[in-house]
Design a protein around this ligand. Structure first.
Ligand SMILES: Nc1ncnc2c1ncn2[C@@H]1O[C@H](COP(=O)(O)OP(=O)(O)O)[C@@H](O)[C@H]1O
Ligand SMILES: [Mg+2]
Length: 243
């Protein structure tokens, strides 16, 4: 589904990604973890070219995104859902209108758009809030709208960048539950950046540990959290044991 090869990115003199490689198969979930500033957001944003890498390849369903024209890229992006840490909802639109946004460029009637938005809102258990405005919602509900907006296109690749990092601790669980129930599909690949160690252990098939712009460890969650080889892996293991 997705193959990432030798991603390199600098901002000015700062090397942020120093050759990141990994791949994700259909039906798999990969969790990207690592200390703040190590390049997690840059990596996940390169996967749909929200951030453009300086070099490397992002091969999505056989096509290198870096070789596409902007119209081809727009088209392929319609198969990729993205969930932002800070929700990125449009305040003047209702919940349902926010969820319908990604469908606007597609060839659907209004009736179909409403139907798909409703179905996506059902999946995140917010059908009853369809006509509310974002400011009327809790942080957890806002992020569930963000997830519905990503799901509405039935993406074959779903990207989530620290989806619970802006939430009150008591609101984290409802969002993790929705991520677990709603984003997984046999037909989909999921890449998730998270600091939630026990959640990653539960849902991820593969854990990728980044440090200083490089993959320092990659493997099954069981192996990484029981027998870590990297310094970062050892820290996560200690964290799991502490809780
Ligand atoms: N748009 C940008 N302009 C300049 N520097 C950036 C930009 N985005 C990220 N960085 C820098 O790149 C490094 C990695 O950032 P990021 O990928 O956001 O890390 P993480 O998500 O792991 O916390 C940080 O040092 C950050 O300051
Ligand atoms: Mg980040």
């Amino acid at each position: 589904m997705l193959e990432v090869k030798n991603l390199i990115k600098s901002y000015g003199n700062e090397k942020v990604l120093r050759g990141v490689d990994f791949s994700v198969k259909k039906g798999q979930t990969v969790a990207i973890m690592g200390p703040s500033g190590c390049g997690k957001s840059t990596t996940i944003r390169c996967l749909n070219l929200l951030t453009e890498p300086d070099s490397g390849k992002v091969i999505f369903r056989g096509t290198n995104l870096l070789e596409l024209s902007s119209s081809e890229l727009l088209k392929l992006r319609q198969e990729i859902g993205f969930v932002f840490q800070n929700f990125n909802l449009i305040e003047r639109l209702t919940v349902q209108e926010n969820v319908m946004l990604p469908l606007i460029k597609l060839d659907f009637t209004l009736e179909q758009r409403v139907k798909y938005a409703r179905a996506a809102l059902e999946k995140v258990r917010l059908a009853d809030q369809a006509s509310s405005y974002p400011k009327q919602l809790s942080g957890g509900q806002k992020q569930r709208v963000g997830i519905a907006r990503a799901l509405v296109i039935e993406p074959s690749l779903m990207l989530l960048d620290e989806p619970t990092a802006s939430l009150d601790p008591i609101l984290v669980k409802e969002v993790l539950e929705v991520i677990e129930d709603a984003t997984y599909s046999q037909k989909r690949a999921v890449v998730l950046v998270t600091h939630e160690v026990s959640f990653a252990l539960k849902v991820a098939d593969i854990i990728l540990l980044l440090d200083n712009g490089q993959v320092v460890e990659i493997g099954s969650s069981e192996s990484i959290f029981t027998n870590p080889q990297s310094e970062v892996g050892k820290k996560y293991k200690e964290l799991l044991e502490y809780y």
